[in-house]
Design a protein around this ligand. Structure first.
Ligand SMILES: Cc1ncc(C[n+]2csc(CCOP(=O)(O)OP(=O)(O)O)c2C)c(N)n1
Length: 537
């Protein structure tokens, strides 16, 4: 008879999860020993990095990924990556070790209450009641994680379970695509046919549901303007497309104002709506017809207005395209922003305009540069699917590991990680994994030596500038990267930027470029005092 350990490896193999991202401890060693040769273990030096690299790999491969953490000791450290997976609908199957069942009653060293800790941020958190349930629990977790909306699951496994005898587990086919209700879509089609000027809001679930091409076809069929969702965790429409109108502001009244000119708003695959600053108003101008298609029943339930239809985004876009009347109108391509000037210190806008000039058109961006998001958004022009990933819920630490995981998943494309000198510290250890895995990610640190985004929030909400903990002087990013074994250099003068970036793209290995940039960045998430921000003073 096989053991729980042997059956588990077979289940993982059958489910296609043969790359394990983790950080080990004593309670995982009985599982990790003698790993079969067709498995690969990717070590992260901190669990935020390990799970975050797994998350990036899952995003890049568009499939479930197995993560192994260490009891509560490292579940806590990795929790923010699990939170990211929850908000980004990423199917991580996370396991941790637990103490030996035979003395759990005595609360031994490293005993873990990880299941209770992670529960709000996973689709299922479980510690099997019997050792021989472990492989089947992992399979069940996988089936659940990969059902829309996808998300992480969590299984805690006592360390003595692995040696128990166990029956084989047959992996099953579980089909989970959900077709949206055609009667509801017919109603939307009728409204679109009568609409003078519809608009589409493109959200991250379009890529989750592999609907990139279907949504472009729909927008062109309707000749509809397209906005991206507020604070997008992914880009879901080609940046240079003549119908693309840019981003929506993340606050209620300003967003409603942006869409006020349209009579019909169709939100595809995004919440209705994601706000940051509290600026009350109406979610949408009264009289505007609002439709919302989402793969998330929870998003449908919490939408503030409109008709929500739950189902697969690609299927919905295809259906509407096939049934709605085509519209024709003259569209003017949006004007390109003027090229920023080379100034000293280098401005983020200039940095991104140079990056846009030198990067290959199939570059992948994994971004975490809070105060420069707007500049990045204005200047980076990428038209391919799977090109852009960002922090889904404001938890810093996402960008660098995501970039490393994406680069491992896409050796044929170059991944660039523009990241703040504050943000990179939350998962800095991912630099080491990039080197060890020879993942040729290009990390561009925007080194402004402060928390500019927080300062702009202080100004926006009139908190004032007398706030502790806003500056981070004295961090030498080049030395830190070199300490982890990564080639690194500093750029101080605008004229050096282009040659250094070109050299990075020409070199086959990972590299960090620390660019001394001007403090300040943009106004708060694109909003100034004219939007009537909340006051916290
Ligand atoms: C884990 C975590 N800790 C703290 C914050 C609060 N926070 C939001 S933006 C920010 C500043 C980040 O600094 P940096 O990366 O240098 O970017 P800049 O603001 O300078 O553009 C901080 C600390 C957060 N969102 N997440």
């Amino acid at each position: 008879m096989s053991t729980v350990r042997e059956v588990t490896y077979q289940v993982l193999r059958d489910l296609g999860m043969t790359v394990i991202f983790g950080n080990p401890g004593s309670t995982e060693l009985p599982f990790l020993r003698d790993m079969p040769a067709d498995f690969k273990y990717v070590l992260g030096l901190h669990e935020r990095a390990a799970a975050g690299i797994g998350l990036g790999y899952s995003l890049g491969k568009a499939k479930a990924v197995f993560v192994n953490l260490h009891s509560i000791a490292s579940t806590g450290n990795g929790l923010s990556a699990v939170v990211d997976a929850w908000h980004s609908h990423v199917p991580l199957v996370v396991t941790t070790g637990q103490q030996d069942r035979r003395h759990m009653l005595t609360d031994p060293f490293l005993v873990s209450r990880a299941v209770e800790t992670v529960r709000p941020y996973v689709k299922w958190a479980y510690e099997p009641l019997r050792a021989e349930d472990v492989p089947a629990a992992i399979a069940r977790g996988y089936y659940l994680a990969t059902q829309p909306p996808m998300g992480p699951v969590f299984i805690s496994i006592p360390m003595d379970d692995w040696m128990h005898e166990c029956q084989p587990v047959q992996v099953r086919e579980v089909r989970s695509a959900t077709a949206p209700d055609s009667a509801a879509l017919d109603n939307l089609v009728r409204v679109l046919d009568a609409s003078r000027n519809p608009v589409i809001v493109a959200g991250a679930q379009i890529e989750e549901d592999q609907g990139w091409h279907e949504v472009i076809a729909l927008a062109e069929h309707l000749s509809a303007d397209v906005y991206q969702q507020p604070i997008p965790p992914r880009w879901n429409f080609p940046r240079t497309h003549p119908l693309f109108r840019g981003g929506l502001l993340p606050a209620q009244q300003p967003l409603a104002d942006q869409l006020a000119a349209y009579d019909t708003v169709v939100v595809l695959g995004a919440p209705v709506f994601l706000y940051y600053a509290y600026v009350p108003g109406t979610p949408i101008k009264p009289g505007t017809k609002l439709f919302h298609i989402t793969n998330s029943p929870a998003d449908a339930a919490r939408a503030l207005a409109g008709t929500s239809i739950v189902g697969n985004l690609a299927a919905a876009a295809k259906y509407i395209c096939a049934h709605a009347k085509p519209r024709k109108r003259a569209t003017a391509a949006p004007t390109k922003p003027p090229d920023p000037r080379p100034e000293s210190p280098i401005t983020p806008g200039y940095l991104f305009s140079v990056l846009n000039k030198v990067m290959p058109r199939n570059t992948i961006i994994a971004e975490e540069c809070p105060s420069s998001k707007g500049d990045l958004d204005r200047h980076l022009m990428l038209d391919e699917p799977g090109s852009f990933y960002s922090v889904p819920n404001g938890v810093l630490g996402f960008g660098l590991p995501a970039a490393v995981g994406l680069q491992m998943a896409h050796p044929e494309r170059r991944v660039v990680c523009p990241i703040g000198d504050g943000s990179i510290q939350y998962s800095i250890q991912a630099l080491w994994t990039a080197v060890q895995q020879n993942a040729p990610v290009i990390v561009i640190v925007l080194r402004n030596q402060d928390y500019s985004a927080l300062k702009s929030f202080c100004d926006f909400t009139q908190v004032g500038r007398d706030v502790a903990g806003m500056d981070i002087p004295g961090i030498d990013m080049v030395k830190i990267a070199q300490g982890y074994g990564m080639a690194a250099e500093e750029v101080d003068r605008p004229q050096d930027l282009e040659p250094v970036l070109k050299a990075a793209f020409a070199s086959p290995g990972p590299r960090l470029i620390s660019v001394n940039v001007a403090k300040g960045g943009q106004i708060c998430m694109g909003m100034d005092q004219s939007v009537n921000p909340p006051r916290y003073s």
